[in-house]
Design a protein around this ligand. Sequence first.
Ligand code: CTP
Ligand code: CA
Length: 225
Amino acid sequence: DLAGRPVADLAGRHVVISAGGTREPLDPVRFLGNRSSGKQGYALARTAVARGARVTLVAANSELADPAGADVVRVGTAVQLREAVLKAAADADAVVMAAAVADFRPAHYATGKIKKRDGQEPDPIALVRNPDILAELSADRPHPGQIVVGFAAETDDVLANGRAKLARKGCDLLVVNEVGERKTFGSEENEAVILATDGAETIIPHGPKEDLADTVWDLVATRLA
Ligand code: CTP
Ligand code: CA
């Protein structure tokens, strides 16, 4: 408002946010992981709290401190993240999948540390697909008014890939980031375009992850109203 306080346009709403990156264990000391820091998901949680929402943050392997006022559920793997998000989503008005979810996990988990042997070539790592949580959330909504938001990190043909992904996932909004060696991962800032199922494209100029988060909530609040 005019005094600089945030508008409580999410008061009475429950929003669920996933953040960070899943880790898929190979043995007790090793995992397959990704470079997601969790910063964008945490910014979504902070801004949603500021706008009056009840917030459940499902955090995968993030080193960031719990955002004040949010319920934080910590998870490790994609399978654990799916379970926590589906449980929290049951009574949610909106679900935002900002987490980087591993597409594959090792087919086998070694309960003891994998050892190398003299003169032996390493075995290849067999992988299996993880569940697609965003597609599942979009297809099986607990109530028809629930808004589902995805994120997409693309390195090439960002808009075309984003449009195709929005259609494939079945979500309402897709935040498309261009990523590269020095872009987005671990950084304080972000730039993106948000694609909507109705064809709308909202360009978010380079800036703090809070600004992107607030634009996501603007679009969600409009669709909930
Ligand atoms: N996602 C998910 N479950 C997965 C993989 C991804 O819920 N197993 C979600 C992410 O949280 C993100 C969105 O789907 O919100 C898009 O992730 P992305 O990796 O860009 O999409 P994919 O369908 O995995 O496509 P790609 O082959 O480009 O990785
Ligand atoms: Ca993926």
